[in-house]
Design a protein around this ligand. Structure first.
Ligand SMILES: NC(=O)c1ccc[n+]([C@@H]2O[C@H](COP(=O)([O-])OP(=O)(O)OC[C@H]3O[C@@H](n4cnc5c(N)ncnc54)[C@H](OP(=O)(O)O)[C@@H]3O)[C@@H](O)[C@H]2O)c1
Length: 374
C-alpha cells in the first residue's frame, strides 16, 4: 500500500504495481466468486474477473432477459451461470450486485448461505450503513468489504478492454478470517480497477449519495435549467441558450478540465471568459453551499436512503420513473439539445448535410466559440 499526497492530505492507495494481477490470482485461486445480479455492475465485474482468470460464476434469476444476456456474454447455465440460490451456495465470495432495493428483498436468502469464512462483497456502502432500514446485518464470522468502482459497470468493462482501469474505493467492514485485506484488494484488481483508494462504508455511501444528488447529476441539471431559463427569458434562441449552457461544456471544456484541471482551462481560455469565471465562481459556491449542506444532512439523517428504498420498492416504480424522465426529455432544453447533437458533424446524416446554410452557420459559430476558448 502506498501513501499518496492528495492536495496536502496523505491517503492510502493500492496500485497494480504493488498488487499485480498475478498476486490477485494467487489470493483468489481457491475461491469461487459468485456475482449475484447481472444488471450494470454485474456484467462489468464478472466479465473482467473471468478474463483475468478468476473462477467466477453468475447468480441471476432465470425468467428474465438478464439471464439471456449472461448467456450471450459467455456464461454457461449449470457451469458458470446459476439461479441465485445455487450460486450463493457455491460461492465462497458473494459479490452482492443486485439493485440496492433488491438486496433488501433477497437478504434472508443470502444470509442463509453466508457460512463461516465466506466473504460478502458490496459495491456500495448503502446496505450496511443504513442497516436499520435495510435489515442487512451479516453474521460475525464472515468477511464483509466493498469495492466501489467510480463509474458505470459499462465504463468498467469498456476501459478494461482498452487496457485502462477505472479507479475504485475499497473498505473493510468486518475481517473475520484475517484475510479480508488481501481478498478485497485482489477482487478490486480482478474487477479491473486502475487503482484503489481507502474509505469506509459510511463515507462511501455518504459521499456517493451526495455526489449523485449534487454536482454529478442533480445540481448540474438544476444549474443547466436555471441558466437556460434565464437566457430564454431574455430573448435568446434555444440553440444559443443550449450551446452556451450545455454543449460547450460537455464538448469543449470538460474534456480539458479532465485532462489538465480547472486552472489550466481558465489559463487557456479568452481573457474575457477568464476574468468573468474568476469573478463569478465564488459567488456560485457561496449561494449553493447551504444547499449542499442541507443535502449532506439529509443523507446523514437517512432520509435520502429511506426515500430511495420507498420509491424503488414500489411495484409501479418503472412507470413513475418514466413519467419523470419524459418531463426532462420533453423539456425545451433537452429537445434543443437533441437538435444540437444531431448537428455535430459526426452525427450528421446525408439529408442533414444537404441542409446547407443554417447548418453551416451553426458550425461556423461553434468553431469560432471553440477557438476563442482554446
Ligand atoms: N450502476 C452502476 O454502475 C454502479 C456503480 C457503482 C456501484 N454500484 C452499486 O452496485 C450494485 C449493483 O448496482 P447495479 O446498478 O448494477 O444494479 P442494477 O442494474 O439495478 O441490478 C439489477 C440486477 O438486480 C436484479 N434484480 C432486481 N430486482 C430483483 C429481485 N426482486 N429479485 C432478484 N433479482 C433482482 C436484476 O435482475 P433482473 O434483470 O432479472 O430484474 C439484475 O440482475 C449496487 O449496490 C449499486 O449501488 C452501481
Amino acid at each position: 500500500m502506498a501513501k499518496l499526497n492528495f492536495g496536502g492530505v496523505e491517503e492510502n492507495v493500492v496500485t497494480r504495481e504493488e498488487f499485480p494481477l498475478s498476486k490477485a490470482q494467487q489470493v483468489l485461486k481457491n475461491e469461487t466468486v459468485a456475482v449475484i445480479g447481472y444488471g450494470v455492475q454485474g456484467p462489468g465485474q464478472a466479465l473482467n474477473q473471468k478474463d483475468n482468470g478468476i473462477n467466477v460464476i453468475v447468480g441471476q434469476r432465470k425468467d428474465s432477459k438478464t439471464w439471456d444476456k449472461a448467456i450471450r456474454d459467455g456464461f454457461v447455465p449449470g457451469e458458470t451461470l446459476f439461479e441465485i440460490e445455487e450460486a450463493l451456495q457455491k460461492g465462497t465470495i458473494i459479490c452482492y450486485l443486485l439493485s440496492d432495493a433488491a438486496q433488501i428483498a433477497l437478504w434472508p436468502t443470502v444470509k442463509k448461505h453466508l457460512t463461516a469464512g465466506k466473504a460478502l462483497y458490496f459495491s456500495h456502502g448503502f446496505g450496511i450503513t443504513f442497516n436499520e432500514q435495510t435489515g442487512i446485518i451479516p453474521p460475525k464470522d464472515v468477511d464483509v468489504f466493498l469495492v466501489a468502482p467510480k463509474g458505470s459497470g459499462t465504463s468498467l468493462r469498456r476501459m478494461f478492454l482498452q487496457g485502462r482501469g477505472l479507479n475504485s474505493s475499497y473498505a473493510i467492514y468486518q475481517d473475520a478470517t484475517g484475510k479480508a485485506f488481501d481478498r478485497v484488494i485482489a477482487l478490486g484488481i480482478a474487477v479491473g480497477s486502475g487503482y484503489l483508494f481507502e474509505t469506509d462504508f459510511k463515507r462511501e455511501v455518504y459521499s456517493d449519495l451526495t455526489g449523485e444528488r449534487g454536482t454529478l447529476m442533480g445540481a448540474i441539471q438544476g444549474i443547466f435549467a436555471a441558466q437556460y431559463e434565464v437566457l430564454r427569458a431574455k430573448g435568446h434562441t434555444p440553440s444559443e441558450a443550449f450551446n452556451e449552457t450545455v454543449e460547450e461544456l460537455t464538448q469543449s471544456l470538460m474534456p480539458l478540465v479532465a485532462e489538465n484541471g480547472m486552472d489550466w482551462m481558465y489559463a487557456n481560455c479568452s481573457t474575457t471568459a477568464q476574468r468573468g469565471a474568476l469573478d463569478w465562481w465564488k459567488k456560485f459556491r457561496d449561494v449553493t453551499k447551504p444547499v449542499f449542506n442541507e443535502l449532506y444532512e439529509s443523507v446523514a439523517a437517512g432520509k435520502e436512503s429511506q426515500r430511495s428504498i420507498d420509491s424503488n420498492s414500489r411495484p409501479d416504480y418503472r412507470e413513475k420513473l418514466e413519467v419523470e424522465l419524459k418531463e426532462l426529455r420533453e423539456s425545451e432544453l433537452w429537445q434543443a439539445g437533441k437538435t444540437v447533437r444531431s448537428l455535430r458533424p459526426e452525427n450528421q446524416n446525408a439529408s442533414a448535410k444537404e441542409n446547407t446554410s443554417s447548418t453551416k452557420e451553426v458550425f461556423r459559430k461553434q468553431a469560432l466559440k471553440t477557438e476563442s476558448i482554446g
